[in-house]
Design a protein around this ligand. Sequence first.
Ligand code: SF4
Ligand code: SF4
Ligand code: FES
Length: 257
Amino acid sequence: MSSYDARFRVWRGDAEGGDLTDFSVKVNDGEVVLDIIHRIQATQASDLAVRWNCKAGKCGSCSAEINGRPRLMCMTRMSVFDREDVITVTPLRAFPVVRDLVTDVGFNYAKAREIPAFVPPAGVGPGEYRMQQEDVDRSQEFRKCIECFLCQDTCHAVRDHEENKAAFAGPRFLMRVAELDMHPLDAASDSGLDRKRTAQEDHGLGYCNITKCCTEVCPEGIHITDNALIPLKERAVDRKYDPVVWLGNKIRRRSSS
Ligand code: SF4
Ligand code: SF4
Ligand code: FES
Protein backbone atom coordinates (compact mmCIF):
# COMPACT_ATOMS: atom_id res chain seq x y z
CA MET A 1 0.00 0.00 0.00
CA SER A 2 1.43 3.39 -0.93
CA SER A 3 0.97 6.47 1.18
CA TYR A 4 1.91 10.13 1.07
CA ASP A 5 1.49 13.26 3.18
CA ALA A 6 -1.29 15.60 2.07
CA ARG A 7 -1.74 19.23 2.99
CA PHE A 8 -5.14 20.01 4.49
CA ARG A 9 -6.64 23.32 5.57
CA VAL A 10 -9.58 22.77 7.89
CA TRP A 11 -11.86 25.49 9.22
CA ARG A 12 -11.90 25.61 13.01
CA GLY A 13 -14.06 27.86 15.10
CA ASP A 14 -17.60 28.45 16.29
CA ALA A 15 -20.49 30.89 15.88
CA GLU A 16 -18.23 33.73 17.10
CA GLY A 17 -15.71 33.18 14.29
CA GLY A 18 -12.78 31.03 13.27
CA ASP A 19 -10.05 30.41 10.74
CA LEU A 20 -8.37 27.80 8.60
CA THR A 21 -5.81 25.56 10.32
CA ASP A 22 -3.08 23.80 8.35
CA PHE A 23 -2.38 20.11 8.75
CA SER A 24 0.05 17.75 7.10
CA VAL A 25 -1.51 14.31 7.27
CA LYS A 26 -0.87 10.81 5.96
CA VAL A 27 -3.09 9.47 3.16
CA ASN A 28 -3.28 5.77 2.21
CA ASP A 29 -4.54 4.24 -1.03
CA GLY A 30 -8.31 4.10 -1.31
CA GLU A 31 -9.06 6.65 1.39
CA VAL A 32 -11.71 9.34 1.30
CA VAL A 33 -11.69 12.85 2.76
CA LEU A 34 -13.59 11.68 5.87
CA ASP A 35 -10.76 9.18 6.61
CA ILE A 36 -8.29 12.05 6.58
CA ILE A 37 -10.46 14.20 8.83
CA HIS A 38 -10.68 11.25 11.24
CA ARG A 39 -6.88 10.86 11.12
CA ILE A 40 -6.44 14.55 11.94
CA GLN A 41 -8.86 14.04 14.84
CA ALA A 42 -7.01 10.93 16.05
CA THR A 43 -3.48 12.29 15.79
CA GLN A 44 -3.42 16.09 15.79
CA ALA A 45 -6.69 17.73 16.87
CA SER A 46 -8.72 15.47 19.13
CA ASP A 47 -11.38 18.16 19.66
CA LEU A 48 -12.09 18.66 15.94
CA ALA A 49 -15.88 18.54 15.55
CA VAL A 50 -17.26 16.62 12.57
CA ARG A 51 -20.64 14.98 12.01
CA TRP A 52 -20.84 11.58 10.33
CA ASN A 53 -22.61 8.23 10.74
CA CYS A 54 -22.57 5.71 7.92
CA LYS A 55 -19.41 6.39 5.91
CA ALA A 56 -21.35 4.94 2.99
CA GLY A 57 -23.07 7.95 1.40
CA LYS A 58 -26.43 7.06 2.91
CA CYS A 59 -26.99 9.00 6.16
CA GLY A 60 -26.38 12.48 4.74
CA SER A 61 -24.51 13.70 7.84
CA CYS A 62 -20.96 14.33 6.60
CA SER A 63 -21.81 17.23 4.27
CA ALA A 64 -19.12 19.92 4.05
CA GLU A 65 -17.44 22.11 1.46
CA ILE A 66 -14.30 20.64 -0.06
CA ASN A 67 -12.28 23.20 -1.98
CA GLY A 68 -15.43 25.33 -1.90
CA ARG A 69 -17.73 22.72 -3.42
CA PRO A 70 -20.53 21.17 -1.32
CA ARG A 71 -19.82 17.41 -1.09
CA LEU A 72 -20.13 14.37 1.16
CA MET A 73 -16.75 13.84 2.84
CA CYS A 74 -17.25 10.06 2.89
CA MET A 75 -17.87 9.91 -0.85
CA THR A 76 -15.01 12.15 -1.94
CA ARG A 77 -12.02 9.99 -2.82
CA MET A 78 -8.57 11.39 -2.17
CA SER A 79 -7.57 10.03 -5.59
CA VAL A 80 -9.56 12.82 -7.31
CA PHE A 81 -6.98 15.33 -6.07
CA ASP A 82 -3.36 15.73 -7.09
CA ARG A 83 -0.91 14.82 -4.32
CA GLU A 84 0.42 18.40 -4.37
CA ASP A 85 -3.02 19.98 -3.90
CA VAL A 86 -3.88 21.82 -0.71
CA ILE A 87 -7.32 20.51 0.25
CA THR A 88 -9.59 22.94 2.06
CA VAL A 89 -12.46 21.62 4.15
CA THR A 90 -15.00 24.13 5.48
CA PRO A 91 -18.50 23.86 6.99
CA LEU A 92 -21.65 24.29 4.87
CA ARG A 93 -21.83 28.00 4.17
CA ALA A 94 -25.60 28.46 4.10
CA PHE A 95 -26.16 27.29 7.68
CA PRO A 96 -24.95 28.63 11.04
CA VAL A 97 -21.79 27.03 12.39
CA VAL A 98 -22.04 25.13 15.66
CA ARG A 99 -18.37 24.20 15.82
CA ASP A 100 -15.63 23.40 13.27
CA LEU A 101 -17.27 21.36 10.47
CA VAL A 102 -20.63 20.98 12.22
CA THR A 103 -23.47 23.28 11.20
CA ASP A 104 -26.99 23.76 12.50
CA VAL A 105 -29.24 22.47 9.71
CA GLY A 106 -32.45 23.18 11.64
CA PHE A 107 -33.59 25.51 8.83
CA ASN A 108 -34.28 22.41 6.76
CA TYR A 109 -36.36 20.69 9.41
CA ALA A 110 -38.42 23.86 9.86
CA LYS A 111 -39.05 23.97 6.09
CA ALA A 112 -40.02 20.28 6.07
CA ARG A 113 -42.64 20.94 8.73
CA GLU A 114 -44.23 23.70 6.64
CA ILE A 115 -45.26 21.28 3.88
CA PRO A 116 -48.68 19.69 4.42
CA ALA A 117 -48.38 15.89 4.42
CA PHE A 118 -49.82 13.45 1.86
CA VAL A 119 -53.61 13.31 2.14
CA PRO A 120 -54.93 9.73 1.76
CA PRO A 121 -57.82 9.33 -0.72
CA ALA A 122 -61.24 8.83 0.88
CA GLY A 123 -62.64 5.30 0.91
CA VAL A 124 -59.37 3.56 0.03
CA GLY A 125 -57.78 1.56 2.82
CA PRO A 126 -54.12 0.71 3.40
CA GLY A 127 -53.06 -1.95 0.90
CA GLU A 128 -55.72 -0.89 -1.59
CA TYR A 129 -53.75 1.94 -3.19
CA ARG A 130 -53.17 1.32 -6.91
CA MET A 131 -50.87 3.43 -9.09
CA GLN A 132 -49.38 3.21 -12.56
CA GLN A 133 -45.73 2.10 -12.51
CA GLU A 134 -44.66 5.36 -14.17
CA ASP A 135 -46.19 7.32 -11.27
CA VAL A 136 -44.34 5.09 -8.81
CA ASP A 137 -41.06 5.59 -10.69
CA ARG A 138 -41.48 9.36 -10.69
CA SER A 139 -41.74 9.69 -6.92
CA GLN A 140 -39.15 6.93 -6.30
CA GLU A 141 -36.51 9.17 -7.82
CA PHE A 142 -37.28 11.93 -5.32
CA ARG A 143 -37.41 9.45 -2.45
CA LYS A 144 -33.76 8.55 -2.96
CA CYS A 145 -33.00 11.81 -1.12
CA ILE A 146 -30.70 11.21 1.88
CA GLU A 147 -31.29 14.72 3.29
CA CYS A 148 -27.66 15.76 3.10
CA PHE A 149 -28.83 19.32 2.31
CA LEU A 150 -26.01 19.89 -0.16
CA CYS A 151 -28.60 21.19 -2.64
CA GLN A 152 -29.95 23.57 -0.01
CA ASP A 153 -26.42 24.78 0.73
CA THR A 154 -25.50 25.39 -2.88
CA CYS A 155 -28.65 27.19 -4.03
CA HIS A 156 -27.70 30.83 -4.60
CA ALA A 157 -31.17 31.98 -3.53
CA VAL A 158 -30.16 31.37 0.10
CA ARG A 159 -26.38 30.79 -0.02
CA ASP A 160 -25.62 34.51 0.00
CA HIS A 161 -29.07 35.76 0.93
CA GLU A 162 -29.98 35.02 4.51
CA GLU A 163 -32.95 37.34 4.04
CA ASN A 164 -34.57 34.92 1.56
CA LYS A 165 -34.66 32.01 3.97
CA ALA A 166 -38.02 32.91 5.47
CA ALA A 167 -39.77 32.86 2.08
CA PHE A 168 -37.86 30.11 0.24
CA ALA A 169 -38.06 26.40 1.07
CA GLY A 170 -35.08 25.46 -1.13
CA PRO A 171 -34.74 22.75 -3.79
CA ARG A 172 -35.06 19.75 -1.46
CA PHE A 173 -38.44 20.88 -0.16
CA LEU A 174 -39.80 22.28 -3.41
CA MET A 175 -39.02 18.80 -4.74
CA ARG A 176 -41.18 17.39 -1.93
CA VAL A 177 -44.04 19.71 -2.92
CA ALA A 178 -43.59 18.61 -6.55
CA GLU A 179 -43.66 14.95 -5.52
CA LEU A 180 -46.91 15.40 -3.62
CA ASP A 181 -48.43 17.49 -6.41
CA MET A 182 -47.61 14.74 -8.95
CA HIS A 183 -48.92 11.97 -6.69
CA PRO A 184 -52.05 10.53 -8.35
CA LEU A 185 -53.60 9.52 -5.01
CA ASP A 186 -52.94 12.70 -3.04
CA ALA A 187 -56.36 14.07 -2.10
CA ALA A 188 -55.16 17.43 -0.78
CA SER A 189 -57.20 19.35 -3.34
CA ASP A 190 -60.43 17.76 -2.02
CA SER A 191 -59.91 19.71 1.16
CA GLY A 192 -59.11 22.92 -0.72
CA LEU A 193 -55.31 22.67 -0.58
CA ASP A 194 -53.80 23.75 -3.90
CA ARG A 195 -50.18 22.57 -3.79
CA LYS A 196 -49.26 24.57 -6.92
CA ARG A 197 -50.48 27.76 -5.31
CA THR A 198 -48.70 27.03 -2.03
CA ALA A 199 -45.49 26.23 -3.97
CA GLN A 200 -45.53 29.79 -5.21
CA GLU A 201 -47.06 31.65 -2.31
CA ASP A 202 -45.76 29.74 0.73
CA HIS A 203 -42.59 27.95 -0.42
CA GLY A 204 -41.01 30.53 -2.77
CA LEU A 205 -40.98 28.64 -6.08
CA GLY A 206 -40.47 31.97 -7.87
CA TYR A 207 -37.01 32.38 -6.25
CA CYS A 208 -35.73 29.43 -8.29
CA ASN A 209 -34.36 30.49 -11.65
CA ILE A 210 -33.51 26.93 -12.72
CA THR A 211 -29.73 27.28 -12.67
CA LYS A 212 -29.45 23.52 -11.89
CA CYS A 213 -26.66 24.03 -9.31
CA CYS A 214 -28.69 21.91 -6.86
CA THR A 215 -28.81 19.03 -9.34
CA GLU A 216 -25.06 19.21 -9.90
CA VAL A 217 -24.20 18.61 -6.24
CA CYS A 218 -26.82 15.95 -5.41
CA PRO A 219 -24.93 12.79 -4.39
CA GLU A 220 -27.95 10.66 -5.29
CA GLY A 221 -28.01 11.97 -8.84
CA ILE A 222 -31.61 13.17 -8.50
CA HIS A 223 -32.64 15.44 -11.38
CA ILE A 224 -34.05 18.00 -8.97
CA THR A 225 -34.40 20.82 -11.49
CA ASP A 226 -35.48 18.92 -14.61
CA ASN A 227 -37.81 16.40 -12.98
CA ALA A 228 -39.23 18.33 -10.01
CA LEU A 229 -38.75 22.11 -10.14
CA ILE A 230 -39.33 22.79 -13.84
CA PRO A 231 -42.47 20.57 -14.04
CA LEU A 232 -43.79 22.23 -10.87
CA LYS A 233 -43.17 25.66 -12.35
CA GLU A 234 -44.91 24.63 -15.59
CA ARG A 235 -47.95 23.34 -13.76
CA ALA A 236 -48.09 26.40 -11.51
CA VAL A 237 -48.01 28.68 -14.57
CA ASP A 238 -50.62 26.55 -16.37
CA ARG A 239 -52.83 26.90 -13.33
CA LYS A 240 -52.38 30.66 -13.24
CA TYR A 241 -53.19 31.16 -16.91
CA ASP A 242 -55.71 28.35 -17.34
CA PRO A 243 -58.96 30.19 -18.36
CA VAL A 244 -61.10 27.67 -16.45
CA VAL A 245 -59.08 28.19 -13.25
CA TRP A 246 -59.18 31.96 -13.82
CA LEU A 247 -62.99 31.90 -14.21
CA GLY A 248 -63.37 29.63 -11.16
CA ASN A 249 -61.27 32.00 -9.04
CA LYS A 250 -63.26 35.00 -10.26
CA ILE A 251 -66.59 33.34 -9.45
CA ARG A 252 -65.27 32.24 -6.02
CA ARG A 253 -64.10 35.77 -5.27
CA ARG A 254 -67.46 37.26 -6.30
CA SER A 255 -69.51 34.81 -4.28
CA SER A 256 -67.38 35.42 -1.20
CA SER A 257 -67.65 39.24 -1.48
S1 SF4 B 1 -32.22 25.29 -9.87
FE1 SF4 B 1 -33.43 26.58 -8.49
S2 SF4 B 1 -33.40 25.53 -6.53
FE2 SF4 B 1 -31.74 24.63 -7.80
S3 SF4 B 1 -29.91 25.80 -7.22
FE3 SF4 B 1 -30.81 26.82 -9.02
S4 SF4 B 1 -32.16 28.42 -8.16
FE4 SF4 B 1 -31.69 26.97 -6.49
S1 SF4 C 1 -32.02 16.21 -3.06
FE1 SF4 C 1 -29.93 15.36 -3.21
S2 SF4 C 1 -28.60 17.06 -2.55
FE2 SF4 C 1 -30.66 17.57 -1.89
S3 SF4 C 1 -30.82 16.82 0.22
FE3 SF4 C 1 -31.58 15.19 -1.12
S4 SF4 C 1 -29.83 13.88 -1.56
FE4 SF4 C 1 -29.02 15.80 -0.72
S1 FES D 1 -21.13 9.55 6.76
FE1 FES D 1 -23.15 9.07 6.05
S2 FES D 1 -23.26 10.14 4.15
FE2 FES D 1 -21.20 10.43 4.78
